[in-house]
Write a protein that binds this ligand. Structure first.
Ligand code: SF4
Length: 405
């Protein structure tokens, strides 16, 4: 399986201490996420940031919307540093970012990247001045900036002027096309303005988020054609559970397969009781499924059918999958390269041994009517047959031993 050739963008560096997360250029597509805690609650926010980072988020964005939130940011950073968590933090600014970044220099320094929405940095004469204050802070503290346009908060002055221009055309464009143009123009013009104000173009990442799959694909194809800034991809307000996961996957997979996108976020609305980390897991699975990155050993499991009479094999597949994911932060440190491991957990001997041979370790549990034996394959060879009531525990131990080996 080979990954598609990527569009070559400029490379931004998102830095905290020794941790340098490159975005764009020859860097792998990065995963990011966002907290949903009140930033003022520094402890709760630091705990969620750590959970997201441990799940695989390489940058974590936090809301910075009030003076109290800005004052909490250095304390959040301190808490994370104490925990040994050096994931870079991204500050999400709207409306008052110019004031917060100017009045709270410790906040400006503790963040590794600023997200600026050109649709709400101010109106009229104040617009460029306030945008400039944020760019000045980024240049002074050597921070990356994401110029993040969103069609829910698009620059209305720009949209109105493009609509007027469109009305004067002999053959006016479809209004949707005008909207796309407004998103792209807002992002690129803001980036060029930031460069003219002294920010390196390498430190600029662009995004133009919309909530429709086809809209996102159209906008990013055009955006990627018109500039070489690194691009952040994401379907905004993707929705809940299955709908959000499928819509995000459909949109991101098409663009990533075309080599468009340097960093992604899957914006899922968590269900009650669902972990925030789910969006990171989905983002990782998208990249892993496309063969672009490997984060966790991949567990292949058959769907089960009438030949599987009990839930034993589904339970074992889930247990092995949960175990591998939980162990990843530890294994990543101890055994570099373990991410690429493939494990097969199959429900019977029809496809079980064949699939197991293609994996690093595979097991076929006994199906309906089969002898109570579970052949285990390691590195393509039959290594043993497990029997009895403790097959799950024994297979678990075999996987652990394999990783250590
Ligand atoms: Fe059914 Fe066996 Fe195929 Fe699994 S491997 S789907 S249990 S026939």
């Amino acid at each position: 399986m080979s990954a598609p050739a990527a569009r070559r963008s400029r490379q931004a560096r998102v830095v905290w201490g020794d941790r340098v997360v490159t975005v764009g250029g020859d860097a792998p597509v990065r995963i990011q996420s966002m907290t949903n805690t009140d930033t003022v609650d520094a402890i709760e926010t630091a705990i969620q940031i750590r959970e997201l980072a441990q799940a695989g988020s390489e940058m974590v964005r936090i809301t910075v919307n009030t003076p109290e939130a800005a004052a909490a940011v250095p304390y959040i950073r301190e808490q994370l540093d104490r925990m040994g968590e050096n994931v870079p933090l991204v500050g999400d600014f709207h409306y008052n970012g110019h004031r917060l970044l100017t009045e709270f220099p410790d906040c400006a320094q503790a963040l590794s990247k600023y997200r600026i929405n050109p649709g709400n940095v101010g109106k009229g004469d104040k617009r460029d001045k306030q945008f400039g204050q944020m760019i000045e802070a980024a240049a002074r503290y050597d921070k990356a900036v994401r110029i993040g346009v969103n069609w829910g908060s698009l620059d209305q002055e720009l949209l109105a002027s493009l609509m007027d221009e469109n009305n004067r055309r002999a053959q006016p464009w479809d209004p949707r096309q005008v909207m796309y143009e407004a998103l792209i123009t807002s992002a690129i013009d803001s980036a060029r303005l930031a460069e003219s104000m002294g920010l390196s173009g390498n430190q600029i990442i662009l995004s133009c988020k919309v909530s429709g799959v086809q809209d996102l694909i159209s906008v990013y194809r055009e955006l990627s054609r018109r500039c070489d800034y690194a691009l952040h991809l994401g379907l905004t307000e993707a929705g809940m559970a299955t709908k959000g996961t499928v819509a995000s996957t459909a949109a991101l997979a098409v663009l990533l397969q075309e080599g468009i996108g340097d960093t992604i976020r899957v914006s899922l609305t968590p269900q009650p009781g669902e972990a925030r980390t789910q969006e990171v897991v989905v983002a990782g699975e998208i990249l892993q499924s496309l063969g672009m990155r490997m984060f966790v050993p991949s567990v292949t499991a058959c769907p089960g059918c009438g030949r599987t009479t009990s839930t034993t094999f589904q339970e074992l597949a889930k247990r092995i999958d949960d175990h591998l994911r939980a162990q990843m932060p530890v294994w990543r440190l101890r055994y570099p390269g373990v991410e690429a491991m493939r494990v097969a957990v199959m429900g019977c001997i029809v496809n079980g041994p064949g699939e197991s041979k293609h994996a690093d370790i595979g097991i076929s549990l006994p199906g309906n009517g089969e002898a109570p034996a579970a052949p285990v394959f390691i590195d393509g060879e039959k290594a043993m047959t497990l029997r009895g009531d403790n097959i799950a525990e024994e297979f678990h131990a075999i996987v652990d031993q394999y990783v250590q080996r």
